[in-house]
Design a protein around this ligand. Structure first.
Ligand code: FAD
Length: 468
């Protein structure tokens, strides 16, 4: 008999919990998936509450300092993602908080423009080789946004839509009636409270709610994929970038030597130039903490270790650069991300599981909720530049009263990484919020929502869908 380790336990006494809200739709998590869900549900007329554990909205897109909206177009430059994504970018652009290549440059092979983005170290976000053009590099429609403006704009958009908002509120458990979710318990400085809802949308990224609801999920995560890597992101400012680039270009051997040295010390050599117009002298460090084994993003002890190590390495980077590298003499760390970078983990088992095979077809599902550019799969992308995501990827099998609209959408480990980034998650949220409102209106479970009505409502909201 294998030995089962003894775990000491203690019984928590039962107690009455105050119901602080009764809503149609309760959204847990205010990242890309959550804000999409809350805005769409409220605009569709549902009484909506959004709860978020931190004091700001945006999730990784703001608090994780991961402020890049990539793959809005395919490799040819044709835009596919519209809807709320485009609305957020437009609102930010109107106040100088979004930057993207001019429309006439989407798909260009113009060397000068391609080189601009490669030089900003933003190649993997802005530039792709097009196998249909003999491997020539082309510029994509990708936007970068100011994370502070994003937080403010998202507050406005959620509240203008008519959604209720509770920040500093950590969703802990679903309220269950058999296999049906009826609301959530959450913790805050006001203590433990409950919100009742007809549909709950899990937008926690990590699937906190669906796991506790007993929904089936898949947590396979290969360490080879970026989805398994955690990150301690930070921004360095006051860098004389021109001086640094002159040094890099005029003394490549010395530069390579310093790069090796900083890496050996545990610092970070790789940066992204913050090409927002208002960010002269700022460099972004997306410093991945790659573990020999995948990190468990749900283990608080592992999160603590990674945070401590990430901070140490950020400081090593700063001290080394300031002391040894021309251009960095007056630099300092402008900010470290308030939330540790997590991007993978548990994925719900939904009524449809997206797999690698989906990238090899041009199938248009009856319940397509978004068409995404498929830019990261070389020859496959060339043959199939887009992929249709079905609504069923957001609907857990068996458990009712629940939708999942975040990076934990139903997919295999290998395919998840391509379509779990910010713009798709906003789009999943927009579809889930709309579907939840339709379900409440029709008095049916989310899995029974009329696909045609969902399609028509999304099209009315400016989402680009195949003709239904
Ligand atoms: C270093 C790094 C670089 C990346 N680069 C990019 C990039 O350039 N572009 C891109 O598109 N994607 C990028 N990604 C991936 C991207 O950030 C995520 O895939 C995306 O943010 C997922 O959105 P989400 O809404 O599913 O989850 P998240 O962004 O994680 O948002 C989840 C939200 O829910 C909240 N929450 C969690 N649990 C609870 C709870 N129990 N109760 C209440 N609130 C809760 C969180 O605080 C958070 O606000 C990167 C990720 C990392 C780590």
């Amino acid at each position: 008999m294998p030995k089962v380790p003894l775990v000491k336990t203690i019984t928590e006494p039962a107690r009455d919990i105050k119901v602080c809200r009764e809503a149609d739709v309760v959204v847990v998590g205010g990242g890309p998936g959550g804000i999409g869900s809350a805005i769409a549900a409220a605009r569709s007329g549902a009484k909506t509450v959004l709860i978020e554990r931190y004091g700001h909205l945006g999730g990784m897109a703001s608090g994780g300092l991961v402020n890049i909206f990539p793959n809005l177009s395919d490799i040819s430059g044709k835009q596919h993602i519209f809807g709320l994504n485009q609305e957020i970018i437009d609102r930010l652009a109107a106040r100088g908080g979004a930057f993207y290549p001019k429309k006439e440059h989407w798909g260009t092979t113009d060397r000068k423009i391609v080189d601009y983005y490669l030089n900003a170290n933003m190649g993997n976000f802005y530039v792709r080789k097009d196998p249909n053009l003999g491997g020539q590099e082309r510029v994509l429609y990708t936007a970068v946004v100011d994370p502070e403006m994003l937080k403010d704009e998202l507050n406005d958009m959620v509240l203008e839509a008519g959604s209720d908002l509770l920040l500093h509120s950590w969703g802990t458990r679903p309220i269950m009636d058999g296999d049906t979710v009826k609301g959530v318990f959450f913790e805050s400085k006001s203590g433990r409270q409950a919100i009742l809802g007809k549909v709950v949308i899990d937008a926690t990224g990590d699937g906190d709610i669906f796991v506790a609801a007993g929904a089936e999920f898949d947590s396979e995560l290969s360490n080879k994929r970026r989805t398994a890597w955690l990150a301690f992101t930070f921004w360095m400012t006051n860098v004389d970038i021109k001086k640094y680039e002159d040094f890099r270009d005029s003394q490549p051997e010395k530069h390579a030597e310093l790069t090796q040295e900083i890496t050996k010390l545990g610092g970070y050599a790789h940066y992204i130039k913050g090409i927002l117009d208002n960010q002269e002298g700022v460099l972004w460090y997306h410093s991945f903490q790659i573990q020999p084994e995948s990190s468990d993003t749900h283990d608080v002890e592992e999160l603590t270790r990674i945070d401590i190590r990430g901070r140490k390495r950020a400081l090593i980077t700063y001290e080394f650069l300031r002391k040894h590298v021309p251009g960095f003499e007056k630099c300092f760390i402008m900010q470290t991300a308030p939330q540790l970078g997590t991007q993978g983990g548990r994925r719900v088992i939904g009524e449809y599981i997206l797999t690698d095979e989906d990238m090899e077809t041009d199938e248009v599902h009856e319940d397509t909720i978004v068409v995404l550019a498929n830019n990261d799969n070389g020859e496959i992308s060339a043959r199939h530049p887009t992929i249709c995501i079905p609504y069923r990827c957001l609907v857990p099998v068996r458990v009712d009263g629940l939708l999942v609209a975040c990076r934990a959408y139903s997919s295999t480990d290998s395919v998840s990484q391509y379509f779990n980034i910010i713009p798709p998650c906003i789009a999943y949220g927009q579809a889930a919020g709309t579907a939840a409102a339709l379900a409440v209106d029709a008095g049916v479970q989310p899995r029974k929502v009329d696909y045609k009505a969902l399609h028509d409502n999304l099209v009315k909201q400016g989402v680009n869908l195949p003709v239904g």
